[in-house]
Design a protein around this ligand. Structure first.
Ligand SMILES: [Fe+2]
Ligand SMILES: [Fe+2]
Length: 406
């Protein structure tokens, strides 16, 4: 395996020395270089190709955001990470456009290593030519919701407090109202009235709350009036039900809670790329939908024809950028094009792929579009095809329970 080339940039030599010591153990896998200014970093990049650049936000002369912007133009294939201090929340939110991921200071060795490793795993997505072209054309890539960022800060503490997390959600009035409305709907089947965000966090856990914040944020940014051919409500329902189905499948397969959560989260977020494409390429996306209806071909295929990339890759790109877990991002990335040689057995991707098809099959919300068929060859190679019937029955049952409650 080729060593990954990582370039660290910080104006303070002692920070770089500390990084060098801290990451000493990674020498076998990484070839590391260190630069004390933006210009020095650009010289290194000019002289030798790098896979990842990790830059400090605050530097005299060329700051981190300017540097990464320069890197984006000159060396678009390099994965860009930014390190930001506590006082820079606003700049951090803005830097999303320039960096693939940002890390909060102080950053522990394991955290930094995990982020770099995750970024290199996503290199296929981040450096995919077609995806990059589409993303470069998106003028306003949504920024992370502020509440989410604050929540991540709390979660990084030694002992994060669920109460503080609930209060953070509570401070965002619109968000907290929407979360309460949702968790109290029949959909979650909680059979108890959830009266406060603190209560919701306690019942559902922080990972689910984080995913709800992201999806509500992305859906609320979308301007429906400008898009007559697109039903936000149907997409929202489809996303929720796909999340519910993926969770149901994971439960039936006896998976453990973190993986069950990942399945729900991936199902909930699997189609957010559609929002990005529709909001940013109105006319072409209208055409994609119209042609999909007229020619009875899937939206995914039509997107590939129009943009050379689909909502699956674009959504995965954004969520990878926002630091979502690897298997969630990979499940979203491949939900229409699962790998031809998967490792046998259950995976989040498999659950989401099956859940998405079952949703199209069992809930005929929009018969106008050609539904995406289940990839039986993929399920066969994963040796899970014999389970489809069990999942179909269980999902159908969940659906009637849900409707019954409503
Ligand atoms: Fe999809
Ligand atoms: Fe879908």
């Amino acid at each position: 395996m080729n060593k990954k080339r990582i370039l660290f940039v910080d104006d303070e030599q002692h920070v770089l020395d500390a990084l060098r010591r801290m990451l000493h153990g990674m020498r076998g896998q990484w070839e590391m270089q260190f630069a004390t200014s933006g210009n020095a970093a650009l010289d290194i990049l000019q002289a030798s190709p790098q896979d990842v650049i990790v830059a400090d936000m605050r530097m005299p002369g060329m700051d981190g955001v300017t540097l990464l912007d320069e890197v984006r133009t000159r060396h678009p294939g390099v994965i860009r990470l930014i390190l930001s201090g506590h006082s820079d929340t606003n700049t951090a939110l803005k830097s999303v456009r320039h960096a693939h991921q940002f890390l909060l200071k102080p950053c522990k060795a394991e955290e930094l290593m995990a982020a770099i490793a995750r970024a290199t795993t996503f290199q296929d997505i981040f450096s995919n030519e077609a995806v990059r072209t589409v993303v470069a054309r998106i003028e306003t890539l949504p920024s992370l919701p502020r509440t989410y960022l604050e929540l991540m800060r709390e979660l990084r503490r030694e002992e994060p407090s669920l109460r503080v997390i609930g209060e953070l959600v509570n401070q965002d009035v619109g968000m907290s109202a929407n979360i309460l409305k949702l968790v109290n709907s029949a959909f979650f089947g909680l059979r108890t009235h959830v009266s406060s965000p603190v209560h919701a966090v306690n019942l559902l856990g922080t990972e689910i709350i984080k995913a709800l914040i992201i999806s509500l944020h992305l859906f609320s940014r979308f301007n429906m009036d400008r898009f007559p051919g697109f039903s936000l409500e149907l997409l929202w329902k489809h996303s929720l039900t796909t999340g519910l189905f993926a969770k149901t499948i994971a439960q039936i397969e006896g998976r453990r809670p973190p993986e069950i959560d990942d399945c729900f989260i991936s199902g909930l977020l699997h189609d957010v790329g559609k929002l990005l494409l529709a909001a940013n390429f109105e006319e072409s996306y209208q055409e994609v939908l119209a042609r999909s209806r007229a020619e009875r071909r899937t939206v995914h295929d039509m997107e590939r024809e129009a943009f050379a990339a689909s909502h699956a890759e674009i959504g995965a790109y954004l969520l990878g950028l926002w630091g979502l877990p690897e298997n969630v991002v990979m499940a979203i990335f491949g939900h229409h094009t699962p790998p031809s040689a998967p490792t046998p057995g259950f995976s989040t991707l498999l659950a989401v792929h099956a859940a998405n098809s079952l949703e199209h099959e069992l809930v005929v919300l929009n018969a106008d579009y050609a539904p995406h068929p289940m990839d039986t060859a993929f399920l066969q190679t994963a040796a899970m095809d014999h389970r489809i019937e069990v999942w179909r029955k269980a999902c159908a049952r969940r659906l009637t329970e849900e409707l019954h409650l409503e």
